[in-house]
Write a protein that binds this ligand. Structure first.
Ligand code: XMP
Length: 507
């Protein structure tokens, strides 16, 4: 059993980032609701507790709170933002609404360089603040250890091992944020740093073997990172007992279906590829509205999967590539807005399987990628960009046809090829086929074809994003290649919308 740091969630948008940072620093971390009873916390025996931020005010009647007993367990606690305010409020300090609040990077002065939490940080640093309320009076036994121009930026009661920061050390916008978290883990909590992904693999392999025995397992393989890593882990644990059904709906990116087939045909599993483009295209012929496309493709996917799995006879176990953020999102009560995507791979609950296996349910996405590498998957697959379940069908505005699919997959491949060569790649980039027809001239002939739009974004979480400021040199080269290499492209535009108000996909 690894040491564990518990992240208690009060609705903060960075809860996963906190837990991810802690794991990245070598300490296993789990997220639970801020309302988790103290008895359960005792039972979990965390070596430290981190209270997240949150959108509420500690004085509001229904604001999330915790049992003050938490601060008397003798377990070190770090309160972040709302977590700091809650700690101070519950222990007798005073929190007040600020006049303007502080948002963005703010200079912070360290007042106590001997503070275990702030050791090695230096006398000043820039920190990400995002708050209106602030702690005005500290609880007894606490001292101020850092200050911003308008607020107490950090405080502590070292004797009780209680620490708090008004800023967000978990984001990369805070200088030395990682050192501060490292100090909390190793200097305050006395962590040994015993969390390793190799142990995760070994434990899962053992658990899967115990659970499955000599029976067989079925997996709907989409070729995305999660289902691919899931397939690799299962084939390592129970070689020869896994069947993967890869339903190729024909809306994948250029050569993607073949690449997936090439990778998994070599593994110790039974790989079944269903080429069903015709069938899927027929279902969305004449359909322009994106939600309708999504629904029809999703329903058809389930139908194909049911038909194919029925042919295989009774398989008791269904494996799914559920990852930790999916578990967190469905299990917490205080989370703010939860984004759910209807994946094509989302299977109905009434499928006749006696058990579901989710071997990645304890991992964050970055850990899933590392695990994929450790299991020998190619880099291209584990660093694959997010891709909508219905694929290119929702990157073609309006009705989808074979000809449009062909043009878009070529355009998308060229754009990705060009950006793949750049040193600093955007987090996601792809081509879209608009439903705007535009006049052009090619080789003295008039053309009247759809405009191709390029989309490239920079983001940490895909919930918000900025458009990527690609250089004109790169954009010109891509436009020149698209118009010269694809006969049906004569106009290219670049999307400079951030999210919000735009979304990443056009749909
Ligand atoms: P939007 O367009 O909502 O997209 O800003 C946010 C991120 O989600 C990806 N996306 C999907 N991912 N299944 C997925 O697994 C889907 O159906 C789906 N639709 C959108 C999108 O590419 C972006 O990264």
């Amino acid at each position: 059993m690894s040491e564990m740091v518990l992240v208690l969630d009060f609705g903060g948008q960075y809860k996963e980032l906190i837990a991810q940072n802690v794991r990245g620093l070598g300490v296993y971390s789990e997220i639970k609701s801020g309302r988790t009873p103290v008895d359960e916390i005792r039972r979990l025996q965390p070596i430290g507790i981190i209270l997240t931020g949150g959108p509420n005010s500690v004085y509001a009647p229904d604001s999330p709170s915790c049992d003050p007993e938490l601060f008397r367990l003798g377990i070190p606690v770090l309160g972040i933002c709302y977590g700091m305010q809650l700690m101070c409020h519950l222990l007798g300090g005073e929190v007040q609404p600020g006049e303007k609040g502080e948002y963005g990077r703010v200079p912070v002065r360290t007042l106590a360089e001997d503070s275990l939490l702030l050791q090695g940080i230096g006398s000043s640093f820039a920190a990400l603040m995002s708050h209106r309320d602030a702690v005005k009076t500290l609880p007894q036994g606490f001292t101020t250890t850092a200050a911003s121009p308008t607020c107490i930026a950090a405080c502590e009661n070292a004797a009780e091992k209680l620490y708090a920061v008004q800023f967000h050390p978990e984001t990369k916008h805070t200088e030395h944020g990682r050192e501060i978290l490292r100090n909390f883990l190793y200097k305050v909590c006395g962590a040994l740093g015993d969390y390793k992904l190799d142990d995760y693999i070994e434990n899962q392999v053992r658990e899967i073997r115990e659970k499955v025995g000599s029976q067989s397992v079925l997996l709907a393989l989409s070729g995305g990172v999660d289902s691919s890593v899931c397939a690799s882990l299962l084939s390592k644990a129970i070689p020869g007992q896994l069947t993967c059904i890869f339903v190729d709906h024909g809306f994948m990116r250029q050569d993607e279906g073949d690449e997936i087939e090439a990778v998994f045909s070599k593994r110790d599993l039974r790989f079944i590829r269903i080429n069903a483009q015709e069938r899927f295209l027929a279902k969305i012929t004449g359909v322009s509205e994106p939600e309708a496309k999504r629904k029809r493709i999703g329903t058809e996917f389930i139908r194909v999967f049911e038909e194919e799995s029925a042919k295989l006879g009774q398989i008791p176990f269904l494996a799914q590539g559920t990852i930790y953020p999916d578990v967190v999102e469905s299990g917490l009560t205080n989370g703010a807005v939860i984004k759910s995507h209807h994946n094509v791979g989302g299977l109905p609950e009434n499928l006749a399987f006696s058990e579901i296996i989710e071997p990645l349910a304890g991992l964050f996405k970055d850990e899933v990628r590392i695990l994929g590498r450790k299991l020998g998957l190619p880099v291209s697959l584990v660093t694959r960009q997010p891709f909508p379940g219905p694929g290119l069908a929702i990157r073609i505005m309006g009705e989808v046809t074979l000809a449009k699919l062909d043009t878009l997959s070529q355009a998308d491949a060229i754009f990705r090829e060009e950006l793949a060569q750049s040193r600093k790649k955007p987090d996601q980039y792809f081509a879209v086929m608009t439903d705007t027809l535009s006049v052009g001239v090619k080789g003295d002939a008039r053309t009247y074809e759809p405009v191709i739009a390029l989309r490239a974004v920079i983001t940490d979480d895909f919930m918000t994003c900025d458009y990527a400021p690609l250089s004109h040199r790169v954009l010109s080269k891509v436009a020149a290649r698209l118009t010269s290499e694809i006969s049906s492209v004569s106009r290219v535009v670049y999307d400079i919308t951030s999210k919000p108000p735009g979304t990443v996909e056009w749909e």
